[in-house]
Write a protein that binds this ligand. Structure first.
Ligand SMILES: [Mg+2]
Length: 234
């Protein structure tokens, strides 16, 4: 494997950036900035509503729903779940977009491993995500400058698992797909997508899930980020 791989491409959410940890941190910031709205609400109930509304809209997005207006719909659902007046919808969205990318929520080991790999490989990002927050997340983690290409679905117009978005990254790096390794946490978007694009794939399977379809297998599976450099030495 050592000589075959020349570039490593990464997913962002739940691969480099711990989205659930970030959701908890951003909710704390939102509640702090709107004390009059959340005063008297059980914090656990507020968190559950926030995570539920986020999960519903993340699933819809992953299933191809249009991104436009989805943040406001998510904020509105969050308020509805708590029985809070919907007039705060726009404010919740505004605080979310402003504060979310700066929260400290990198996945354990991701930052030092990326730095280490950057000395030997060309690195890139292929992510389904909103342009305004994805760049800022990478910046907040101190990683943006280490990536030679960053391909975001909302900018490029094609989402994972469509092989086209993976091919775009290979093209920008002047690599063949088979010279690239893609690392991501989603079996559907990352493993199937990158495999169909002709890349090598490392499934970042933090929760040790079963492979959903034995017919499409990742080349590697890791449960911790620190396992990645060792795989490439083999
Ligand atoms: Mg992901």
């Amino acid at each position: 494997m050592k000589n075959k791989i020349k570039a490593i491409l990464f997913d962002v959410d739940e691969t480099l950036f711990d989205r659930v940890l970030a959701q908890q941190a951003i909710l704390e910031l939102i509640v702090k900035q709107m004390p009059q709205v959340f005063d008297g609400y059980d914090p656990e109930r507020v968190l559950a509503a926030f995570l539920k509304s986020d999960q519903i809209y993340t699933d819809l997005f992953n299933n191809g729903a249009p991104s436009e207006g989805s943040r406001d719909r998510r904020s509105k659902l969050f308020l509805q779940l708590l029985g809070i007046d919907e007039k705060y919808t726009a404010k919740i969205t505004e605080l979310y977009v402003k504060d979310y990318p700066g929260v400290k929520a990198h996945v354990d080991g991701a930052v030092p491993v990326i730095k280490k790999l950057s000395r030997k490989y060309q690195l890139g990002v292929v992510s389904n995500g909103f342009t305004d927050v994805q760049y800022r997340k990478l910046e907040a983690m101190g990683l943006r400058d280490l990536f030679s290409c960053i391909v975001l679905s909302e900018e490029f117009g094609i989402r994972k698992p469509n092989p086209g978005i993976f091919h775009q990254a290979a093209l920008l790096l002047h690599m063949q797909p088979q010279e690239c390794l893609y690392v991501g946490d989603s079996y559907t978007n990352d493993v199937i997508g990158a495999k169909n694009a002709g890349m090598h794939v490392c499934w970042f399977n933090r929760d040790s899930q079963q492979i959903p379809d034995e017919k499409i297998k990742p080349d590697f599976v890791i449960t911790k980020f620190e396992e990645l450099p060792g795989l490439l030495e083999k």
